[in-house]
Design a protein around this ligand. Structure first.
Ligand SMILES: Cc1ncc(COP(=O)(O)O)c(C=O)c1O
Length: 442
């Protein structure tokens, strides 16, 4: 190990770690010091197979040379350019590349630095869009129970994971939530999309009847809910949501932060489901996790509603110092080129049936009460320990890490989303190790 990477830093206390059990971690740290393709290197010099693409983001695998070189080149050539009232070529080039691969109708891209910022940006665009069109009474935002839309105040207001909301005050006003689509026994062991529950979309009609369509700006959903433990949309559900939102003039926002950039074997979930929203939020796979970056995709109709008034006036009072920063754009361009060159979205679609088969082979394994999958996403739900929810899955995560695989847990669910370059042998290793872990776990 190089001296640049001391195997453990001498003091772990200063760094308040995000979404982490800080005290547990600091007693038994798990540090990653290098990465290549499908593997991390741990601080104790072990190879760890990445079953989660980092945090659902390193879709092209790790430290891919063309992305690394593009970042290095950009850092040496143009470190930063002001994002407001100024531009640089790579931002326009990346925006063009992105609209070129998005479903037809998405003609514009607004750059952010994360999924949370993409969500708050999309919500603000939705509110301002209606106002620009003279429908300023449309101020309500509708989310869904168990939804995860990042950690900004907008995102946690429309989000529906209780722990992410309850200690943070009253949040945004005028938000309502539809039911989640997790139906337990009714859809247990479904392979791919579950059969039952499309009618849950009709709840939106109830919410519209309660508040009046003319007060509702937008509905935001994850096409596939990731952070809640992989909850899939029942067959026909998203189509119904689209029909109802369209009927009432409500914008539909797909939060594609995890589904964007190939995770389902298509560029976006909108392509996979053949359902066209009005706005799409993305991040993560946009740069394969290398440089923080997000993007909100807007249709021409949404964008053009803002392009009125005197031409010297700013049309949307929103943006970030680092919106479309040169190094992020270089990373984004190299990432998109690599996805294309290696056909990684098609590769995901091609290996997804093997992934499904391998995951479902765990049916009957100790503690396993459900298995869900779509594209290169998988979830293994465990029976919680009596009186100690989340503990069994967390123990499984720790044991799996000891045995050389990185998985992620949320509640009592093991969630996986490997890089799209995964080979069958890696899938066998992931599933085999999980079985070993569960067989010996309390
Ligand atoms: C659907 C969804 N939206 C938003 C976010 C937030 O992204 P970030 O952590 O980059 O802010 C995430 C992160 O996992 C996500 O899964």
């Amino acid at each position: 190990m190089s001296l640049d990477h001391p195997s453990t830093p001498n003091d772990l206390s200063a760094f308040w770690m995000p979404f982490t059990a800080n005290r547990q971690f600091k007693q038994a740290p798990r540090l990653l010091v290098a990465a290549q393709d499908m593997h991390y290197t741990s601080h104790d010099n072990r190879q760890i197979l990445d079953g989660t693409a980092g945090l659902w983001c390193c879709n092209a695998g790790h430290c891919r040379p063309t992305i690394v070189e593009a970042i290095q080149k950009s850092a040496a050539e143009l470190d930063y350019a002001p994002a407001f009232q100024m531009g640089h070529p790579a931002a326009f080039e990346l925006a063009n590349t992105l609209v070129g691969m998005a479903p037809e109708g998405f003609d514009h891209v607004f750059f952010t630095n994360s999924g949370s910022e993409s969500v708050d940006t999309a919500l603000k665009i939705a509110l301002a869009y209606h106002r620009a069109r003279g429908e300023g009474s449309r101020t309500r935002l509708i989310g869904r129970e168990k939804g995860y839309h990042g950690v900004g105040f907008g995102g946690i207001s429309v989000g529906g994971l209780v722990n992410n909301r309850r200690v943070f005050g009253t949040l945004l006003n005028g938000v309502d939530h539809m039911s989640h689509t997790y139906l337990g026994d009714a859809n247990r062991w479904a392979r791919g999309l579950p059969e039952l529950g499309a009618d849950l979309a009709d709840e939106l009609e109830r919410i519209v009847a309660l508040h009046g369509a003319d007060t509702i700006a937008a509905v935001i959903v994850e096409p596939v809910a990731g952070s809640a433990g992989v909850i899939l949309p029942p067959k026909g559900y998203l189509e119904r949501l689209r029909a109802i939102t369209r009927k009432h003039g409500i914008l539909l926002i797909f939060d594609e932060v995890i589904t964007g950039f190939g995770r389902l074997g298509t560029p976006f979930a909108a392509d996979y489901f053949g359902v066209m929203p009005d706005l799409m939020t993305t991040a993560k796979g946009l740069t394969s996790g290398t440089v923080p970056m997000g993007a909100v995709f807007a249709t021409g109709a949404v964008h053009d509603a803002f392009m009125t008034g005197p031409e010297h006036m700013i049309e949307l009072f929103h943006g970030y110092t680092y919106s479309g920063s040169p190094i992020a754009c270089a990373a984004g361009l190299a990432t998109q080129a690599l996805y294309k060159e290696e056909g990684l979205f098609d590769r995901c679609a091609a290996i997804a049936p093997y992934w499904e088969e391998a995951l479902h082979s765990l049916k009957g394994t100790r503690h396993v009460i459900d298995i869900r999958n779509l594209g290169l996403i998988g979830a293994i739900e465990l029976e919680p320990m009596p009186g100690e929810p989340t503990k069994r899955a967390f123990n499984a995560f720790l044991k799996a890490y000891e045995k050389g695989i990185l998985i992620r847990t949320t509640g009592d669910i093991i969630a996986m989303s490997p890089p799209l370059i995964i080979e069958k042998s890696h899938i066998d290793q992931l599933v085999g190790t999980i079985k070993e872990v569960l067989d010996t776990l309390d």
